[in-house]
Write a protein that binds this ligand. Structure first.
Ligand code: HEC
Length: 93
């Protein structure tokens, strides 16, 4: 019994980050469709050989792509985008 409780505590942090991402997926989607489809559409997020494998990777990639934009987005807008991309496509645990 005690061991089971401990195991739960150990597993929890590994699954928490994606679910606890800050940001608003609805706002992220609007932003995405307005700002992020000049170079690629959403098929890059679901292609079999997609490059993003982790939440950290997703955050890094969104930052990188943001640097390509003329009008750079604010940090809370990036949070919205990451939240949207995770919920709609990547679905990281
Ligand atoms: C100036 C062009 C450009 C713009 C604008 C752009 N991207 Fe990208 N994006 C790229 C390129 C190039 C890749 C890499 C494609 C590849 O590996 O074939 C990429 C890949 C990605 C990936 C990784 C896909 C994978 O393989 O899993 C994500 C996520 C992404 N972009 C998000 C965004 C978001 C969010 C925005 C809007 C803020 C955005 N991109 C705007 C050029 C752009």
């Amino acid at each position: 019994m005690r061991r089971a409780a401990l195991l739960f505590l150990v597993i929890l942090p590994a699954t928490a980050p994606a679910a606890m991402l800050p940001g608003d997926a609805g706002r992220g989607q609007v932003l995405h469709d307005r700002q992020c489809t000049a170079c690629h559409d959403s098929r890059v997020y679901t292609r079999p050989n997609r490059t993003v494998k982790t939440v950290e990777g997703l955050i890094g990639r969104v930052k990188l792509c943001n640097q390509q934009l003329g009008t750079k987005l604010q940090r809370d807008q990036l949070n919205d985008l990451v939240k949207y991309l995770d919920e709609a496509f990547y679905k990281f645990p």
